[in-house]
Every structure is written in structure tokens, then in C-alpha cells.
Write a protein that binds this ligand. Sequence first.
Ligand code: AMP
Ligand code: MG
Length: 478
Amino acid sequence: MVFQFQHSYMTDLPDTWLRAQPDRAPDPRLIVLNEALAHQLGLDPVALQLHGAAWFSGAELPEGADPIALAYAGHQFGGFSPSLGDGRAHLLGEFRGPDGRLWDLQLKGSGRTPFSRGGDGKAALGPMLREYLISEAMAALNVPTTRSLAVALTGEQIGRDGRLLPGAVLARVAASHIRVGTFQFFASRQEGDKVRALADYAIARHYPEIPATSERYLAFFDQVAQRQAALIAAWMGLGFVHGVMNTDNMAISGETIDYGPCAFIETYAPGTVFSSIDRQGRYALANQPLILAWNLARLAECLLPLIDEDQEAGVAILNQRLEGIAGLYQREWLAVMRRKLALSGEDAADAALIQDLLTAMTGADWTLTFRRLALWLEGDHTPLRALFEDFSLMEAWLPRWQNRLGDHAQAASRLRTENPAVIPRNHRVEEALSAATAGDMAPFMQLLQAVQNPLQEHPLYSLPAPQGFGAYVTFCGT
Ligand code: AMP
Ligand code: MG
């Protein structure tokens, strides 16, 4: 057996999921397989090549799979949907990697489930390749994320916005698929026993170091908050806009999950929004830390009955925790930005130094500015200047930064290991996905290769979008 599946979610958490069978793909074809990930996870790449078309399209189940769709709720753009759930995804089971960790294998785009509501349960090739590409870029950038094991074409054409597009399924690997919204589903139904069982399961799976005392649910909240704060800080360091930070898209494991309308910024602007439906800018770049706190407040509400028998005491404890989120995030963000600027140790003036850089670099390419600071230190000033229309604020800022640095040669080399030369730039992503949809996978494979080696300068993929590319708009759930 290639996957030694187990089904702990199914057996430990009865009545939190429903059985559902993936659709039988009529003409499956494996289009990308992540052999490096297969290797890391102790899966036989040869077997995956051989059976991947059938297994990862939903045409056939790998031995031991027992597919289910998980229940969850969620606040979407601030409004509560009590019943969402996996409407187009099937959890096939869990398997242990060589390091003993348990991984979920889930198919996405594999057909309708009892949670599909009006949806067709399907996915188009473009969005599944998009998730594959960006999640693999995030992994290469050391950001906690769900991973992509494969994409398979189903052989079906699916209708989207009046067009017929190739249907595809993504095989996703995740530490788990428990979301803030999973807790909300049961809390909103007053099913306190299930909230407790879910918390116990999540602790055992993701936070086994938490001791089994009466304080464990508070410790659980603290740990989730810590991991999420570190995650959002990592996103901010890269200029990553998730785009749909609904509570159902926030994983308890601390992994980035659900790559729908996400994108990386090119030029820095705190208000950047890509998603066509985010008209108010709720999930804009600079709002992400605020949404972190908002989403954690929703988790806290679910956990409240587990914190203290006296509800008022529980509220007081959790409120105090929630008040601490901004500070928690600020510490994580400072750590990220210090690394990006090669600042060793901590200086009380660092926060102001970093903030002043952000002001100075508004409108300049985020990724390239950090890379070209290395050249600046080495005396090559033109490339950095070329990124700015007005360099006067930088002119004032650079000596302050340089005075804070130790050895400049060392700092330059640190800048090159802390800051990527290649991110999945929007114009390149679009180019690769259009070609793939038209049947040519070559641009996708080239771009994938480049984003998997993000520290290496690339003659094509390190460059910003051409002037004519214009404002980038992304679309959800397609
Ligand atoms: P998302 O915006 O991708 O986070 O999805 C929000 C909800 O919509 C989840 O419950 C999904 O399972 C569901 N959903 C998204 N696309 C589809 C689809 N094509 N068919 C059925 N359900 C879907
Ligand atoms: Mg989602």
C-alpha cells in the first residue's frame, strides 16, 4: 500500500463529517506531480506516477481511502454562515510521514458533497494550478502552508462565467483541515461536547506539548494565536495578500490554507487588494493583522465554555488574551522585518526605522527593494535608485539603517538569504495559467521551478510586471 491510511478524524470525532464519494473522472490525466514532496513524505513516486491520474482525479480510490467531507461554518467578509463544509473536497484519509507526523490527503474539485449547496463541486484547471504554484512557492519561502501533491485533469469541461474550462482536481496535503470555522460550526449549534472533543483532538494532533491540565484550552488558544501571528507576520514580510481571510480559511495548525484570490504585491501600498469581491478592502494587505485578531476573537468565543466554569471569569481571561494579540503580532513582525533588513539583536529604535522605510518605499517594488539593498551596501547604487520615482526619503533613511548594521559585507549576504529574488509575480502566474488552460504546461513548469528556488536571481522571473500589465484582479472559489 502506498498510503497507510488511518482515519482518526472520522473515528475520534463522530458526527462532525459526512461520507461522500469523489466523482469518477471520465478521462483522468496526471498533469503535475510533486515528486520532491512525495519523497519527503515517504511516498513512492513511481507508484504515484503510475496511479496518480486515477487516484488524484477521483477516478479510483487508493487502497484504504475512506472519503468524507468535513463540516464547518465561517464568517465570510464578517457575516456568519452557520453551515459551509467541504462543498467540493474529499478527505481520503491521514497518513504518517517519515518524521511520525500525521498528514491529511484531500482532493479538491472532486465533486459534490452533502455540503455543496448550489455549487457543482468542481474546479477548473487554472485555479488548481494556481494553488499548486503559490503553495509550493510559500513552502520554498519557509512559510507554513498546506502542500500540493498533484493536479490531475478530469477530462471534463466545466462551465465558469459562460466559458467551458478543463476540470481538474488538486491533491492537497495538510497538517489537518481543522479551521476556526470548524469550531464555529459546533459552537453555534450549542454542541459543547463536540467543541471540547475537537479541541482535544486538535491539541493531540497539533499541540501535543500542551499538558493535560484544566488550563489546556487556554494554552491551546495561546498556541494557535502564536502560530497565526507568526504566519501573518511572514505573509507581511513577503507582501502576500491572502485575499479571503474568512474564519473558515484560517487553519488551527497555523498553515496558510485556501489559495483562492491570493497574490503577492509588486509595488508596496498598504491598501493593496486583489480580490474582485473585496470591495471594502477588508482583507487588504495592511488589514491582515487586524483580521488575525478579529478571527482569533471568533475562536475565543467558541472556546469560552471550556476556559472557566464561571463564564464571566472566562470572558475576562480571554479578553485579556485578545488585547495581547496586537502586541504578539508586533513582536513577530519586528522579528521578520529585522531579518529582512539584516538587523542583529534588538534596538528600541528598530520599529521606527522599519516604519520609516515603509513610508519611504511606498510605490517601489517590495521584493526588489530588499534584494537591492544588498547591492547598495556593496556600492552599486543605481539598481536600488531605479526602483523609486522619488528617492529623497530613502536618501535620508539609508544612512540610519547603515549605522545600525554591523559588518556590511556580512549584512549584504544576509539580505540575499533572507529576501527572495523570485516570487510568483502576477503577470507570470497569469501567463502560465493561460498557457496551461490552452494545453501548454511548459510556462507553468518553468515558473514552478523558479519559485521553488526563490533565492536565485532569475533572468525572467525576478523582474517586475511590464508597465502595461495594469492593476491585478483575482477571483474566488473557481
Ligand atoms: P472558499 O471561498 O473556497 O473558501 O469556499 C467557501 C465555501 O464554498 C466552502 O464551503 C466550499 O466548499 C464552497 N465551494 C466553493 N466552490 C464550490 C463549488 N464549485 N462547489 C461546491 N461548493 C463550493
Ligand atoms: Mg475555503
